[in-house]
Design a protein around this ligand. Structure first.
Ligand code: NAG
Length: 373
Protein backbone atom coordinates (compact mmCIF):
# COMPACT_ATOMS: atom_id res chain seq x y z
CA UNK A 1 0.00 0.00 0.00
CA UNK A 2 2.74 2.38 0.93
CA UNK A 3 4.34 1.57 -2.35
CA UNK A 4 1.43 3.08 -4.14
CA UNK A 5 1.57 6.13 -1.96
CA UNK A 6 5.23 6.75 -2.50
CA UNK A 7 4.86 6.31 -6.22
CA UNK A 8 2.34 9.09 -6.00
CA UNK A 9 4.81 11.33 -4.33
CA UNK A 10 7.26 10.87 -7.10
CA UNK A 11 5.10 13.04 -9.28
CA UNK A 12 4.14 12.81 -12.89
CA UNK A 13 7.04 10.56 -13.81
CA UNK A 14 5.03 7.69 -12.37
CA UNK A 15 2.67 6.80 -15.17
CA UNK A 16 -0.20 5.73 -12.97
CA UNK A 17 0.28 8.28 -10.28
CA UNK A 18 -3.33 9.34 -10.44
CA UNK A 19 -4.85 5.96 -10.08
CA UNK A 20 -4.37 4.83 -6.53
CA UNK A 21 -5.76 7.61 -4.33
CA UNK A 22 -8.96 7.79 -6.29
CA UNK A 23 -10.15 4.84 -4.32
CA UNK A 24 -9.63 6.20 -0.86
CA UNK A 25 -11.78 4.63 1.81
CA UNK A 26 -14.99 6.31 2.93
CA UNK A 27 -14.09 9.26 5.06
CA UNK A 28 -15.88 10.32 8.19
CA UNK A 29 -17.01 13.87 8.82
CA UNK A 30 -13.90 14.31 10.78
CA UNK A 31 -11.44 13.84 8.02
CA UNK A 32 -12.91 16.21 5.52
CA UNK A 33 -10.38 19.02 5.82
CA UNK A 34 -8.20 20.40 3.09
CA UNK A 35 -4.58 20.84 3.90
CA UNK A 36 -4.75 19.22 7.31
CA UNK A 37 -6.00 16.07 5.73
CA UNK A 38 -2.97 15.96 3.51
CA UNK A 39 -0.71 16.46 6.48
CA UNK A 40 -2.40 13.79 8.55
CA UNK A 41 -0.11 10.85 8.99
CA UNK A 42 -2.78 8.23 8.56
CA UNK A 43 -3.81 9.69 5.24
CA UNK A 44 -1.66 7.15 3.51
CA UNK A 45 -3.29 4.43 5.50
CA UNK A 46 -6.65 5.35 4.08
CA UNK A 47 -5.51 5.08 0.51
CA UNK A 48 -6.42 1.47 0.22
CA UNK A 49 -6.69 0.25 -3.32
CA UNK A 50 -9.26 -2.47 -3.33
CA UNK A 51 -8.74 -4.89 -6.12
CA UNK A 52 -8.93 -8.59 -5.86
CA UNK A 53 -11.87 -10.98 -6.05
CA UNK A 54 -15.13 -10.04 -4.49
CA UNK A 55 -14.82 -6.33 -5.06
CA UNK A 56 -16.94 -6.54 -8.15
CA UNK A 57 -20.57 -7.43 -8.14
CA UNK A 58 -21.99 -10.31 -10.06
CA UNK A 59 -19.03 -12.54 -9.70
CA UNK A 60 -16.27 -13.53 -7.41
CA UNK A 61 -13.97 -14.88 -9.98
CA UNK A 62 -12.04 -13.57 -12.86
CA UNK A 63 -9.57 -10.76 -13.22
CA UNK A 64 -10.13 -7.33 -11.78
CA UNK A 65 -10.24 -4.69 -14.44
CA UNK A 66 -7.91 -2.30 -12.69
CA UNK A 67 -5.66 0.37 -14.06
CA UNK A 68 -2.88 -2.09 -13.48
CA UNK A 69 -4.24 -4.09 -16.37
CA UNK A 70 -2.42 -3.58 -19.62
CA UNK A 71 -4.68 -1.47 -21.69
CA UNK A 72 -5.62 -3.18 -24.88
CA UNK A 73 -8.13 -0.75 -26.09
CA UNK A 74 -11.66 0.32 -25.59
CA UNK A 75 -13.12 -2.85 -27.04
CA UNK A 76 -11.53 -4.89 -24.36
CA UNK A 77 -12.96 -2.69 -21.65
CA UNK A 78 -16.38 -2.88 -23.22
CA UNK A 79 -16.28 -6.65 -23.31
CA UNK A 80 -15.00 -6.87 -19.79
CA UNK A 81 -17.72 -4.56 -18.53
CA UNK A 82 -20.37 -6.52 -20.38
CA UNK A 83 -19.01 -9.77 -19.01
CA UNK A 84 -19.12 -8.63 -15.42
CA UNK A 85 -22.64 -7.55 -15.87
CA UNK A 86 -24.00 -10.54 -17.67
CA UNK A 87 -24.64 -12.29 -14.38
CA UNK A 88 -28.11 -11.87 -13.02
CA UNK A 89 -30.14 -8.74 -12.97
CA UNK A 90 -28.15 -5.60 -12.60
CA UNK A 91 -30.72 -2.88 -12.46
CA UNK A 92 -31.99 -0.43 -14.99
CA UNK A 93 -28.57 0.75 -16.10
CA UNK A 94 -27.47 -2.79 -16.90
CA UNK A 95 -24.37 -2.12 -14.85
CA UNK A 96 -24.39 -4.11 -11.66
CA UNK A 97 -21.86 -1.89 -9.97
CA UNK A 98 -24.50 0.80 -10.02
CA UNK A 99 -27.17 0.85 -7.29
CA UNK A 100 -28.91 4.17 -7.82
CA UNK A 101 -30.70 3.84 -4.50
CA UNK A 102 -32.31 7.28 -4.55
CA UNK A 103 -34.70 6.36 -1.75
CA UNK A 104 -31.73 5.45 0.41
CA UNK A 105 -30.02 8.70 -0.51
CA UNK A 106 -33.12 10.63 0.44
CA UNK A 107 -33.47 8.99 3.82
CA UNK A 108 -29.81 9.46 4.64
CA UNK A 109 -29.87 13.10 3.59
CA UNK A 110 -32.93 13.63 5.77
CA UNK A 111 -31.53 11.77 8.74
CA UNK A 112 -27.83 12.51 8.77
CA UNK A 113 -27.24 15.84 7.09
CA UNK A 114 -27.86 18.52 9.69
CA UNK A 115 -28.73 22.12 9.05
CA UNK A 116 -28.50 21.87 5.27
CA UNK A 117 -32.06 21.79 4.04
CA UNK A 118 -31.14 23.55 0.80
CA UNK A 119 -28.17 21.37 -0.05
CA UNK A 120 -30.11 18.21 0.71
CA UNK A 121 -33.05 19.28 -1.41
CA UNK A 122 -31.02 20.44 -4.38
CA UNK A 123 -28.81 17.36 -4.47
CA UNK A 124 -31.73 14.99 -4.23
CA UNK A 125 -33.78 16.78 -6.85
CA UNK A 126 -30.82 17.03 -9.23
CA UNK A 127 -29.72 13.42 -8.88
CA UNK A 128 -33.22 12.01 -9.08
CA UNK A 129 -34.08 14.09 -12.14
CA UNK A 130 -30.86 13.14 -13.87
CA UNK A 131 -31.24 9.42 -13.24
CA UNK A 132 -34.78 9.48 -14.56
CA UNK A 133 -33.71 10.86 -17.91
CA UNK A 134 -33.51 8.05 -20.45
CA UNK A 135 -30.77 9.78 -22.42
CA UNK A 136 -29.29 12.78 -20.67
CA UNK A 137 -27.94 15.30 -23.14
CA UNK A 138 -25.02 16.22 -20.89
CA UNK A 139 -23.34 15.21 -17.66
CA UNK A 140 -24.87 16.31 -14.36
CA UNK A 141 -22.61 18.96 -12.85
CA UNK A 142 -23.08 20.12 -9.27
CA UNK A 143 -21.00 22.73 -7.55
CA UNK A 144 -20.90 22.48 -3.74
CA UNK A 145 -20.05 25.66 -1.86
CA UNK A 146 -19.42 26.38 1.79
CA UNK A 147 -17.02 26.50 4.68
CA UNK A 148 -15.14 23.42 5.68
CA UNK A 149 -16.97 21.04 7.99
CA UNK A 150 -20.39 21.98 6.68
CA UNK A 151 -20.93 18.64 4.94
CA UNK A 152 -19.72 18.92 1.34
CA UNK A 153 -17.54 15.81 1.50
CA UNK A 154 -20.15 14.10 3.59
CA UNK A 155 -22.80 14.57 0.92
CA UNK A 156 -20.42 13.57 -1.87
CA UNK A 157 -19.74 10.36 0.01
CA UNK A 158 -23.46 9.77 0.50
CA UNK A 159 -24.06 10.17 -3.21
CA UNK A 160 -21.27 7.70 -3.99
CA UNK A 161 -22.49 5.15 -1.49
CA UNK A 162 -26.10 5.21 -2.61
CA UNK A 163 -25.39 5.26 -6.29
CA UNK A 164 -22.63 2.64 -6.28
CA UNK A 165 -22.39 -0.68 -4.60
CA UNK A 166 -18.82 -0.04 -3.50
CA UNK A 167 -19.29 3.65 -2.79
CA UNK A 168 -16.15 5.73 -3.06
CA UNK A 169 -14.13 2.58 -3.67
CA UNK A 170 -16.10 1.76 -6.79
CA UNK A 171 -14.11 1.68 -9.97
CA UNK A 172 -16.81 3.92 -11.41
CA UNK A 173 -16.17 6.62 -8.83
CA UNK A 174 -13.06 8.81 -8.99
CA UNK A 175 -12.09 11.34 -6.38
CA UNK A 176 -9.51 14.02 -7.07
CA UNK A 177 -8.17 16.36 -4.43
CA UNK A 178 -6.46 19.33 -6.02
CA UNK A 179 -3.45 19.81 -3.79
CA UNK A 180 -3.00 16.11 -3.35
CA UNK A 181 -3.28 14.87 -6.91
CA UNK A 182 -2.13 17.96 -8.75
CA UNK A 183 0.22 19.71 -6.35
CA UNK A 184 2.72 21.26 -8.75
CA UNK A 185 1.58 23.87 -11.23
CA UNK A 186 4.62 23.23 -13.44
CA UNK A 187 3.40 19.69 -14.17
CA UNK A 188 -0.03 20.76 -15.25
CA UNK A 189 0.39 19.43 -18.78
CA UNK A 190 1.26 16.03 -17.49
CA UNK A 191 -1.60 16.06 -14.97
CA UNK A 192 -3.90 17.04 -17.78
CA UNK A 193 -3.00 14.03 -19.89
CA UNK A 194 -3.43 11.68 -16.94
CA UNK A 195 -6.70 13.22 -15.88
CA UNK A 196 -8.15 13.00 -19.37
CA UNK A 197 -7.07 9.41 -19.57
CA UNK A 198 -8.62 8.53 -16.23
CA UNK A 199 -11.91 10.18 -17.01
CA UNK A 200 -12.16 8.66 -20.43
CA UNK A 201 -11.24 5.18 -19.21
CA UNK A 202 -13.75 5.37 -16.39
CA UNK A 203 -16.55 6.52 -18.66
CA UNK A 204 -15.78 3.66 -21.02
CA UNK A 205 -15.63 1.07 -18.28
CA UNK A 206 -18.81 2.20 -16.54
CA UNK A 207 -22.33 2.87 -17.66
CA UNK A 208 -22.49 5.56 -15.05
CA UNK A 209 -19.48 7.39 -13.63
CA UNK A 210 -19.08 9.75 -10.72
CA UNK A 211 -16.21 12.23 -10.54
CA UNK A 212 -15.57 14.19 -7.37
CA UNK A 213 -13.21 17.17 -7.38
CA UNK A 214 -12.38 18.31 -3.88
CA UNK A 215 -10.69 21.68 -3.25
CA UNK A 216 -12.00 22.71 -6.64
CA UNK A 217 -11.03 26.31 -5.96
CA UNK A 218 -7.42 25.18 -6.27
CA UNK A 219 -7.89 23.29 -9.50
CA UNK A 220 -5.66 24.69 -12.22
CA UNK A 221 -7.64 26.21 -15.09
CA UNK A 222 -5.74 23.94 -17.48
CA UNK A 223 -7.23 20.96 -15.71
CA UNK A 224 -10.69 22.48 -15.78
CA UNK A 225 -10.31 22.81 -19.52
CA UNK A 226 -9.38 19.14 -19.69
CA UNK A 227 -12.52 18.11 -17.82
CA UNK A 228 -14.86 20.35 -19.75
CA UNK A 229 -15.40 18.20 -22.85
CA UNK A 230 -16.56 15.33 -20.63
CA UNK A 231 -19.28 17.48 -19.13
CA UNK A 232 -20.42 19.26 -22.24
CA UNK A 233 -23.34 18.57 -24.49
CA UNK A 234 -22.77 15.61 -26.70
CA UNK A 235 -22.36 16.22 -30.36
CA UNK A 236 -22.34 12.55 -31.16
CA UNK A 237 -24.91 10.54 -29.27
CA UNK A 238 -23.97 7.21 -30.81
CA UNK A 239 -20.47 7.41 -29.55
CA UNK A 240 -21.49 7.84 -25.95
CA UNK A 241 -24.56 5.65 -26.07
CA UNK A 242 -26.70 5.95 -22.98
CA UNK A 243 -23.79 6.40 -20.64
CA UNK A 244 -24.02 9.05 -17.98
CA UNK A 245 -21.62 10.89 -15.73
CA UNK A 246 -21.98 13.01 -12.65
CA UNK A 247 -19.42 15.64 -11.68
CA UNK A 248 -19.25 17.12 -8.19
CA UNK A 249 -17.06 20.14 -7.54
CA UNK A 250 -16.43 20.90 -3.87
CA UNK A 251 -15.06 24.29 -2.97
CA UNK A 252 -14.97 26.97 -0.32
CA UNK A 253 -15.72 29.63 -2.93
CA UNK A 254 -18.58 31.80 -1.80
CA UNK A 255 -18.45 30.35 1.70
CA UNK A 256 -18.26 33.80 3.21
CA UNK A 257 -21.10 35.10 1.07
CA UNK A 258 -23.30 32.20 2.20
CA UNK A 259 -22.36 32.86 5.80
CA UNK A 260 -23.26 36.52 5.51
CA UNK A 261 -26.72 35.63 4.30
CA UNK A 262 -27.14 33.11 7.12
CA UNK A 263 -25.93 35.69 9.62
CA UNK A 264 -28.37 38.32 8.36
CA UNK A 265 -31.24 35.89 8.75
CA UNK A 266 -30.12 34.87 12.17
CA UNK A 267 -29.77 38.45 13.33
CA UNK A 268 -33.22 39.22 11.98
CA UNK A 269 -34.47 36.21 13.97
CA UNK A 270 -35.69 34.57 10.84
CA UNK A 271 -35.34 30.79 10.59
CA UNK A 272 -32.65 29.61 8.19
CA UNK A 273 -35.23 27.48 6.44
CA UNK A 274 -36.60 30.72 5.01
CA UNK A 275 -33.36 31.55 3.20
CA UNK A 276 -34.33 31.44 -0.45
CA UNK A 277 -32.22 29.44 -2.83
CA UNK A 278 -32.39 32.26 -5.38
CA UNK A 279 -30.67 34.66 -3.02
CA UNK A 280 -27.78 32.30 -2.38
CA UNK A 281 -27.41 31.37 -6.00
CA UNK A 282 -27.25 35.01 -6.93
CA UNK A 283 -24.57 35.63 -4.31
CA UNK A 284 -22.57 32.61 -5.45
CA UNK A 285 -22.62 33.69 -9.05
CA UNK A 286 -21.48 37.15 -8.05
CA UNK A 287 -18.66 35.57 -6.07
CA UNK A 288 -17.52 33.53 -9.07
CA UNK A 289 -17.41 36.69 -11.11
CA UNK A 290 -15.01 38.46 -8.74
CA UNK A 291 -11.99 39.05 -10.94
CA UNK A 292 -9.53 38.73 -8.08
CA UNK A 293 -11.34 35.92 -6.34
CA UNK A 294 -10.39 32.27 -6.40
CA UNK A 295 -13.58 31.47 -8.25
CA UNK A 296 -12.07 32.61 -11.52
CA UNK A 297 -11.15 29.06 -12.46
CA UNK A 298 -14.51 27.59 -11.65
CA UNK A 299 -16.12 30.36 -13.63
CA UNK A 300 -14.84 28.60 -16.71
CA UNK A 301 -17.36 25.89 -15.95
CA UNK A 302 -20.19 28.25 -15.18
CA UNK A 303 -22.39 27.43 -18.13
CA UNK A 304 -21.87 23.72 -17.55
CA UNK A 305 -22.86 23.80 -13.88
CA UNK A 306 -26.43 22.61 -13.51
CA UNK A 307 -26.89 23.42 -9.84
CA UNK A 308 -25.14 25.47 -7.22
CA UNK A 309 -25.39 23.72 -3.87
CA UNK A 310 -24.95 26.05 -0.88
CA UNK A 311 -23.85 24.68 2.49
CA UNK A 312 -24.83 26.94 5.36
CA UNK A 313 -22.71 27.53 8.45
CA UNK A 314 -23.67 25.22 11.29
CA UNK A 315 -25.12 26.32 14.61
CA UNK A 316 -24.62 24.82 18.04
CA UNK A 317 -27.71 22.63 17.73
CA UNK A 318 -26.36 21.10 14.51
CA UNK A 319 -23.02 20.37 16.12
CA UNK A 320 -24.90 18.59 18.90
CA UNK A 321 -26.68 16.46 16.33
CA UNK A 322 -23.37 15.55 14.69
CA UNK A 323 -22.06 14.58 18.11
CA UNK A 324 -25.14 12.46 18.73
CA UNK A 325 -24.62 10.69 15.40
CA UNK A 326 -21.00 10.05 16.26
CA UNK A 327 -22.00 8.41 19.54
CA UNK A 328 -24.67 6.36 17.79
CA UNK A 329 -22.31 5.31 15.02
CA UNK A 330 -20.05 3.78 17.63
CA UNK A 331 -22.97 2.34 19.55
CA UNK A 332 -22.00 4.39 22.60
CA UNK A 333 -24.45 5.74 25.14
CA UNK A 334 -24.54 9.52 25.40
CA UNK A 335 -26.09 12.17 27.59
CA UNK A 336 -27.40 15.61 26.67
CA UNK A 337 -24.61 17.00 28.84
CA UNK A 338 -22.01 15.16 26.75
CA UNK A 339 -23.44 16.66 23.56
CA UNK A 340 -23.20 20.10 25.15
CA UNK A 341 -19.62 19.41 26.12
CA UNK A 342 -18.70 18.48 22.56
CA UNK A 343 -20.33 21.64 21.28
CA UNK A 344 -18.41 23.66 23.86
CA UNK A 345 -15.12 22.42 22.44
CA UNK A 346 -15.84 24.04 19.11
CA UNK A 347 -15.01 27.62 18.24
CA UNK A 348 -18.02 29.73 17.40
CA UNK A 349 -18.08 32.91 15.34
CA UNK A 350 -18.62 35.83 15.08
CA UNK A 351 -16.71 36.58 18.23
CA UNK A 352 -19.48 38.57 19.91
CA UNK A 353 -22.46 36.45 19.09
CA UNK A 354 -20.91 33.00 18.72
CA UNK A 355 -23.55 31.72 16.35
CA UNK A 356 -21.77 29.46 13.91
CA UNK A 357 -19.21 26.74 14.37
CA UNK A 358 -16.02 27.85 12.64
CA UNK A 359 -15.20 24.26 11.73
CA UNK A 360 -18.74 23.06 11.26
CA UNK A 361 -18.97 19.46 12.39
CA UNK A 362 -15.39 18.75 11.48
CA UNK A 363 -13.52 16.58 13.99
CA UNK A 364 -16.65 16.16 16.12
CA UNK A 365 -16.36 12.40 15.89
CA UNK A 366 -12.80 12.52 17.27
CA UNK A 367 -13.86 14.77 20.07
CA UNK A 368 -16.22 12.24 21.49
CA UNK A 369 -13.14 10.21 22.42
CA UNK A 370 -12.95 12.36 25.53
CA UNK A 371 -16.16 10.81 26.75
CA UNK A 372 -15.19 7.23 26.35
CA UNK A 373 -15.22 5.27 29.60
C1 NAG B 1 -31.41 1.71 -0.18
O1 NAG B 1 -30.83 2.37 0.95
C2 NAG B 1 -31.53 2.15 2.16
C3 NAG B 1 -30.91 3.04 3.21
O2 NAG B 1 -29.51 3.04 3.17
C4 NAG B 1 -31.51 0.67 2.51
O3 NAG B 1 -32.21 0.44 3.69
C5 NAG B 1 -32.10 -0.10 1.37
O4 NAG B 1 -31.99 -1.48 1.63
C6 NAG B 1 -31.41 0.21 0.07
N1 NAG B 1 -32.09 -0.45 -1.03
C7 NAG B 1 -31.44 -1.15 -1.94
C8 NAG B 1 -32.27 -1.73 -3.01
O5 NAG B 1 -30.24 -1.33 -1.89
Amino acid sequence: RLGAASRLLSGPAAPRALAAPARSAPRPWAATGGRDRIKAGNYWGRLSPVWGPGTLPCCDRGPSPGWSLPLVGQDFLEILSAWYCSFGSCGATGDCRVLNNVTGLESELNGQLHGQHLAGEVVLRAVRGFLQKPQPEKALVLSFHGWSGTGKNFVARMVASHLYRDGLRSECVRTFISLFHFPHAQYVDSYKVQLEKQISETTQLCQQSLFIFDEAEKLHFGLLDAIKPFMAHRDNKDQAGNRRSIFLFLSSIGGNAINEVALDFRRARRPREEIPMELLEQRLRRELLQPAGNGAGLLRLENLIDFFVPFLPLERRHVRLCARDAFLARALPYTEAALDEVAKMMVFVPKEEKLFSAQGCKSVSQRINYFLP
